[in-house]
Design a protein around this ligand. Structure first.
Ligand code: IPM
Ligand code: MG
Length: 361
């Protein structure tokens, strides 16, 4: 069986980590009897340099014609890179927003999981981290403030900027359904996060989530205000199973959740539409400061490739084998520099990829 995969190596450490994910996928293919076929496209800064825009229409069509997209990371140093002197719609991030919208990738899954082997890296107090946590953030990805009308005007010599937070009930319903579906396969609890004490969009969000919940009597629903959620994530992360939330809140809370795991280099993500198609990328950024040094941690991208096998190709066994191989490498004491602790063996990006590939059974 051939798997048609579009790759976006991207900027910064992107090409290094995607190369390792491909290596691991190829090995999984040998063991489980499938052949990944990759086509690369440009996105972000590399696309700006080559084509003058962060994502061309042809690149979108190439992505659309595949079954899934595997992405590294995009963007550069926002204070130094010339990409950030361009108008906002021509900067690297605009490419990412464009592909999300064009491919209707409205459901963004971001797991935040505390690895036993890396518990020392967790910045929370030991009595909190000892409880462990395993959270799935389900972030709406193609609506809200990110895609509402925006403009900057000048009125009577005073500059004014406007961003609009819009959601219609259909956009809320489809992401809520995804949230409840995934909760059903986990611990059957959804925490819907909003700002319903202030925002109309949040009051509609809450009402629609309540309606959807009626079809999932086996799943417990609770509502939480976003400021409280930010607090609860550091106070008692073990209380969460699925966090269901809108685009902007999800952007912020997912960074917070990944930080409390202490190992953002380990966290994968999937962005899905209504079909099997998905875009898979690590939760971390392009880390331009360490690009090309060979020290990046490829594990988040490798785990994203595992998510891809599970969600886009129904290859659960192969996905599980990749996850088990990652766990085994950690057990065996190998660490990239970002997750290094004393007594472990420090390895680079390529070596980490080799070690994981070797352990796939
Ligand atoms: C993310 C990133 C993006 C976002 C940026 C790069 C536009 O922070 O994927 O979380 O805000 O969605
Ligand atoms: Mg973000």
């Amino acid at each position: 069986m051939e798997l048609k995969i579009t790759c976006i190596p991207g900027d910064g450490i992107g090409p290094e980590i995607v190369a390792e994910a491909k290596k691991v996928l190829d090995k999984a293919g040998e063991v489980y009897g499938f052949t990944p076929v990759y086509t690369d496209i440009l996105m972000g800064g590399t696309s700006i340099d080559a084509c003058g825009v962060p994502l061309t229409d042809e690149a979108i069509e190439t992505a659309r014609s595949a079954q899934a997209v595997l992405m590294g990371s995009i963007g550069g140093d926002t204070t130094k890179s010339p990409w950030y002197k361009l108008p906002p719609n021509l900067r690297p991030e605009a490419g990412l927003l464009k592909i999300r919208k064009a491919l209707n990738l409205f459901a963004n899954l971001r797991p935040a999981y505390l690895y036993k082997e890396l518990a020392d890296a967790c910045p929370l107090r030991k009595e909190i981290s000892d409880k462990g946590f395993d959270i799935m953030i389900m972030r709406e990805l193609t609506g809200g403030l990110y895609f509402g009308e925006r403009k900057t005007v000048e009125e009577n010599g005073v500059r004014k900027a406007i961003d609009t937070l819009v959601y219609n009930e259909n956009e809320i319903r489809r992401i809520a359904i995804k949230g409840f579906e995934i909760a059903r396969k986990r611990k059957k609890k959804v925490t819907s996060v909003d700002k319903a004490n202030v925002l109309d969009s949040s009051r509609l969000w809450r009402a629609v989530v309540e309606e959807v919940a009626k079809d999932y009597p086996d799943v417990t629903l609770e509502h939480m205000l976003v400021d409280n959620c930010a607090m609860q994530l550091v106070k008692d992360p073990a209380q969460f199973d699925v966090i269901l939330t809108e685009n902007m809140f999800g952007d912020i809370l997912s960074d917070e959740a990944s930080m409390v795991t202490g190992s953002i280099g380990m966290l994968s993500s999937a962005s899905l539409n209504d079909t099997k198609f998905g875009l898979y990328e690590p939760s971390h950024g392009s880390a331009p400061d360490i690009a090309g040094l060979g020290i990046a941690n490829p594990i988040a991208t490798i785990l994203s490739a595992a998510m891809m096998l599970r969600y886009s190709f129904d290859l659960d066994q192969a996905a599980g084998a990749i996850e088990a191989a990652v766990q085994q490498v950690l057990k065996d004491g190998y660490r990239t520099v970002d997750i290094y602790s004393e007594g472990c063996q420090k390895v680079g990006c390529v070596q980490m990829g080799d070690l994981i590939a070797e352990r796939i059974q």
